[in-house]
Design a protein around this ligand. Structure first.
Ligand code: FAD
Length: 440
């Protein structure tokens, strides 16, 4: 039997950040195990026939100064700050408005603008009377922005991306994710197009070369004790042992788990019933990425576009060449679309590509005469955590139970939160801070 180790499971950004910050804290004996032959997890980039696609396009933005410093340091010269060009397509009107919808009503038909502004005013009156006590995400949208904005865009879009009714969702995740411009700015954006961008992604960063993967790659190069191609298959508790696919058994003292929380029952036998129930209660959706290479230059000047109408299978498409020209061969374009699926809305793999192409033609992004020289698909599951109304209590039950065995969970799927890359890196560091504080 091996000696006890301190272990990190998963070499995505959370696991790598944990390993890096442990080293900085002088804890340089930790071992990180990653099942793939490359680090990065969701923040990897795939190269196909001269095209580069992230696992769902990944842009960088943060208000976390410490993570910003780390990201800038990791990317060095391979860093490109950009101003967002993000839009919403309205097929019913055949027009684009700028993202976010509520801050750029200008250009929509007058009756829709009127409905949105009247709804907003009524919502504000209610808020002023103290009549704002939303119990779910739909009530939050209606109560915060009013019925017009909620019904014209936010509710249909929420159904599309989350695959479930927003009335069955909690809204604790919103934070800065749903841009919440002030009323004056909403009115300004209804009267003119000459307004500043709002929201966390108004300015974002991407690499000049290599897609998003140079970020985790650079972090991986800074850490020692990295074990690639090592798949954990079991956690033996209370013995505190990790069993790997290759038969190796590693006893651990402390462990940072960055794999999906709902997979705990696959790893741990004989879970207490309440923990098993909590794991089974966690809900998520997946993203089917349909990536296309088109034999035409400069297919769009936009970074990304949202599609809330049912005519389109995808809820978002991105134009990777506008993030970085390095992502497409000379003279070509690429389109990366994202189709959400879940138990509530199963994915039809047979027709997803065909329907996506039909949708792109209907949206007039491409024409029937365009040559599609590459079709590349990736399935991400889980992709987004669904915040149902039991989310917080289920997550707390599982994490508290694991902690008694020295297992801390971190990252988007370990903490089971809507985390971006910066949050996942922060989460890895948070686990380290706790470990270091506990040891002292
Ligand atoms: C479609 C999509 C788009 C996104 N866009 C953005 C964006 O624009 N900007 C942004 O900031 N964030 C974005 N994110 C979020 C971002 O990808 C995540 O926050 C971050 O990459 C998560 O890192 P992580 O380490 O927590 O998890 P992961 O990246 O999932 O890492 C977990 C690691 O564990 C490994 N692993 C799994 N099972 C085992 C096993 N049994 N044994 C050993 N290792 C194992 C995996 O291979 C993986 O490397 C997006 C996410 C998705 C799904």
């Amino acid at each position: 039997m091996r000696e006890r180790q301190d272990v990190i499971l998963g070499g995505g950004l959370a696991g790598l950040s944990a390993a890096y910050h442990l080293q900085l804290a002088g804890e340089d004996h930790w071992q990180t195990y990653e099942r793939r032959s490359r680090v990065g997890g969701l923040a990897r980039t795939v190269d196909v026939e001269g095209y580069r696609f992230d696992y769902g396009p990944h842009i960088l933005f943060t208000i976390d100064k410490e993570m910003e410093e780390l990201i800038r340091d990791l990317l060095g010269d391979n860093f490109h700050a950009q101003e967002r060009r993000a839009y919403i397509y309205h097929q019913s009107e055949d027009l684009y408005t700028q993202f976010p919808f509520q801050a750029h009503l200008y250009g929509l038909p007058i009756p829709i603008v009127r409905e949105c502004l009247v709804g907003l005013t009524r919502a504000m009156e209610k808020q002023a009377r103290g009549d704002f006590d939303p119990q779910n995400y739909e009530e939050w949208m209606r109560g915060f922005f009013g019925d017009g904005i909620a019904e014209h865009l936010m509710i249909p879009y929420a159904r599309k991306i989350w695959t479930v009714e927003p009335s069955t969702m909690d809204f604790s995740w919103i934070g800065r994710r749903v841009p919440t411009p002030d009323v004056e700015r909403i009115f300004q954006g209804a009267l003119t197009d000459e307004v500043d961008q709002v929201g966390a992604t108004a300015h974002f960063w991407y690499t000049k070369q290599g897609g998003i993967e140079p970020l985790p790659k650079a972090l991986g190069e800074r850490i020692s004790g990295l074990n690639l191609d090592r798949t954990a298959i079991r956690l033996e508790l209370p013995e505190k042992r990790v069993v790997f696919e290759d038969g190796d058994i590693v006893p651990f003292d402390q462990l940072i788990y960055t794999l999906p929380l709902p997979f705990i029952p696959r790893f741990v036998a004989n879970l207490p019933p309440e923990v098993k129930r909590a794991c089974e209660g966690l809900r998520y959706q997946g993203i089917y990425c349909v990536n296309l290479g088109i034999d035409r230059e400069a297919i769009s000047d936009k970074h990304w576009i949202y599609y809330y109408e049912d005519a389109f299978p995808f809820h978002r498409l991105s134009v990777p060449a506008n993030f970085s020209p390095d992502t497409v061969p000379a003279g070509k374009s690429a389109i990366a679309t994202e189709v959400a699926f879940s138990e509530d809305r199963p994915l039809d793999r047979e027709t997803a590509v065909e329907k996506t192409i039909e949708g792109l033609i209907a949206a007039r992004l491409i024409t029937a005469d365009d040559t599609i020289s590459l079709v590349h698909t990736e399935e991400i599951l889980p992709a987004y955590v669904i915040y149902d109304l039991q989310h917080a209590s289920n997550v707390a039950t599982i994490r508290e139970w694991l902690l008694q065995y020295g297992i801390r969970t971190a990252g988007r799927f370990g903490e089971w939160q809507y985390f971006n890359m910066d949050h996942s890196m922060r989460s890895g560091k948070r686990a380290v801070d706790e470990i270091v504080a506990a040891r002292r």
